[in-house]
Design a protein around this ligand. Sequence first.
Ligand SMILES: *Cc1c(COP(=O)(O)O)cnc(C)c1O
Length: 409
Amino acid sequence: MITQERPDTPLAAAGRKPVVNDPDNTAWRWPVFDAEDKAAVAQVLERPGRELYAEMALFEKELCEYFDCRYALSTNNGTAAIHSAMHAIGLAPGDEIITPSYTYWATSLAARLCGAIPIFADVQPDSANIDPADIARKITPRTKAIIVTHLWGMPCEMAEIVSLAHRYNLKVIEDASHAHGAEYHGRKIGTWGDAGCFSMQASKLLPSIEGGFLLTNDSDLYAKACALGHYTRVPADHDWANLNSTGLGYKYRIHPCATALARVRLRKLDEQNRVINRRVEKVIARLEQLHGLRSFPVPSGMRRVYYQFEMIYDERATGIPKQKVIDSLMAEGARVAHERYPLQHEQPVYRRSEFWTRPPEPPASLPACEEIIPKIIQLPTFATCKERVVDEYIAAFEKVWANLKTLAV
Ligand SMILES: *Cc1c(COP(=O)(O)O)cnc(C)c1O
């Protein structure tokens, strides 16, 4: 049952019953593991020692089938996959890699592990993804590669980015940790660059609690990624195969229980994305009718997924501060939040020269991301809740908007 009240009745903040009846916060509940997931993990624990790792090869084969690519290398987390990709493309001390600032720290900070320098690019305001025009401006003779993040599940402009990379002979790494199952012009995200890196940390769309993987069609890149963190796995015909007794000093092998869980979750990924997309799109269709609220438009040719669901609130259009709107939504039981990623170019680690082969010199300002982030309202993705809760969130927004004038100071 949705609210019986008219949308313009006084807000719950003023002492009425909240519109959203979700005391256990099921709107945000993720991940939820079912009996099949649990059985897959339990099965691993029953195996004799030498068979404990049997599922790793199966999982990697299934990844290649799902993503339609030649090589998949599972890792103990997404950060390890990114480090492996950077190493495997030959990123070397002093090299520059162009990266978004608006992303999780692993995207840009992994460059440090190769002695390389992250160069921060700004975003496109319509997607909050890295801006190809700003990438082009930041290319120097030292630039070796570009890493992009498909932020919150929205594909980056891969055709433009890949063609820019070809023009300047740069490698492209995709951090696809938010975008399991997304597509760009019919091809899976994570297979557009030289390497695609994915996290399977618990919050991600393909959760193995901890875990990750790297995808590539390049046999040399794959072999070098194996050498970094997977001793014994360099293919015999590769020049680095004689490193197989040691590797290069890291150990990035995935946990067998995580592999078992990931195999089951991969089979459910498309259906789960369909549920999330349908619910989020239903919310967007209604909330975009509200003055001063809009979503990130999905360009044609892109199939985005929702690792996170964000809308943009323009307080100049309504005259009501975002914090007041959030407080009112929360009082109605709709749990919404400000954006959560700190911008990388503002972080102290990039300003402490002792950790770098040469000081990174991050930009003082990246105006487009600094402008968009304060406007973001983060909503749940409704991945596992009852449909009723989705409708109640819509009702809560409509009620707050019907009362917006009463929030003016
Ligand atoms: C989660 C995440 C990572 C890191 O993955 P871990 O598995 O936590 O190491 C990297 N990049 C992005 C964009 C992420 O969201």
